[in-house]
Design a protein around this ligand. Structure first.
Ligand code: ASP
Length: 342
């Protein structure tokens, strides 16, 4: 049985039809994000909700969110009383008037709409993901999820305490919710559907021609995500890793591409990723690899010497090297390490 998670850009009026084409009889549960960006410069629904919350009791910004969900329903011919749902949503936001409740509403709306679209059961995330004061109550959550009967759709990113108060996962946390659902259901696969082919060796907006990594271990993926790779939330690999459930990052625009598989072992003799993260005036560049450490270190030191770059700090372990520099050395490091495997 497969658990599929769809990111916010899939839950948009023009792209929702991809979801139906992807779902097969193997799929047992779907986890969705709030509506994402529909075009360059657009604002994600979660960010609109954040702005709306800061302006309460002024609710005028809700019109933009309502418009997005109405378009999602109308453009995809979904039979659901979206106006009634939207009215209840804004009433609840105003009445409850706390941040976590307001921000959870995007995922709640998406899950209701996608459930109606697929003709599956909607199960509220607040009835599944149970929190103590702030921490997830693992056992209770797994039990709640595994007792759901039949195929269902739920919202990612949030859960609730026993008293009903909602609690959020970190931003991007629908990935975590889906990992937990996959673990609870002992899924054979956790598919994470997004708008890129998978994990790129380097940020494709910063480096030309960066290839997709085909197979990466849970721990290497987590490290890359912690160091700046945004394709998957770092914490989403933990529940899947514990049960050895492979995560397949796939592109709903390009279903012929097999994407990236996150599993027990990375492919040998590979560069798995180069990330750069700005921290104040400094850059932290991380290279994660399965090549011998000395081979990578030597090539990097040689490049740094030639370019007269003096890192302020270097750390590493058998699978990675991290450099703190004043300048952004992402492209230079990428060029050097890619030569090692060509
Ligand atoms: N909608 C939330 C966010 O924008 C959670 C998610 O998409 O995973 O961070």
């Amino acid at each position: 049985m497969i658990v599929a998670k769809f990111g916010g850009t899939a839950i948009t009026p023009n792209n929702l039809h991809f979801v139906k084409n992807i779902i097969t009889h193997h799929h047992g549960a779907v986890v969705v994000s709030a509506i994402g960006k529909q075009f360059d410069g657009d604002t994600k629904v979660t960010d609109l909700l954040k702005a709306l919350h800061s302006r309460l009791p002024d609710t005028s910004l809700f019109d933009k969110i309502a418009f997005k969900y109405r378009s999602l329903v109308e453009q995809n011919d979904i039979s659901i009383d979206i106006n009634a749902i939207l009215k209840d949503t804004i009433t609840n936001i105003v009445q409850q008037n706390y941040y976590e409740n307001t921000l959870s509403k995007g995922e709640e709306l998406s899950a209701k709409v996608v459930a109606a679209f697929l003709g599956w059961k909607y199960v509220s995330a607040e009835s599944l993901f149970r929190f103590g004061s702030r921490r997830l109550l693992g056992k209770e959550t797994l039990k709640n999820i595994s007792s759901v009967e039949g195929r269902f759709v739920t919202g990612g990113f949030y859960g609730a305490r026993k008293d009903g108060r909602r609690v959020l996962f970190p931003r991007g946390g629908s990935d975590i919710s889906a990992g937990i659902v996959a673990a609870a259901l002992d899924a054979s696969l956790y598919e994470n559907w997004t708008d890129v082919n998978g994990l790129c060796i380097a940020d494709p907006t910063k480096v030309n021609g960066a290839e997709t990594v085909r197979c990466v271990s849970y721990s290497d993926m987590r490290l890359l995500a912690q160091c700046g790779a945004t394709v998957l939330h770092p914490d989403s690999v933990l529940p899947a890793a514990r049960k050895a459930i492979p995560i397949n990052i796939r592109n709903y625009f390009n279903t012929s591409d097999c994407g990236t598989v996150v599993c027990n072992d990375s492919l040998p003799n590979q560069v798995l990723g180069v990330t750069a993260r700005r921290n104040g005036n400094l850059y932290c560049t991380t290279i994660v690899f399965t090549l011998p450490h000395s081979v990578v270190a030597e090539a990097i030191y040689c490049m740094l010497k030639h370019a007269d770059i003096h890192p302020m700090g270097v750390t590493g372990a058998s699978n990675h090297l991290q450099l703190i520099t004043v300048e952004n050395i992402l492209s230079a490091v990428y060029d050097v390490v890619m030569k090692l495997t060509s």
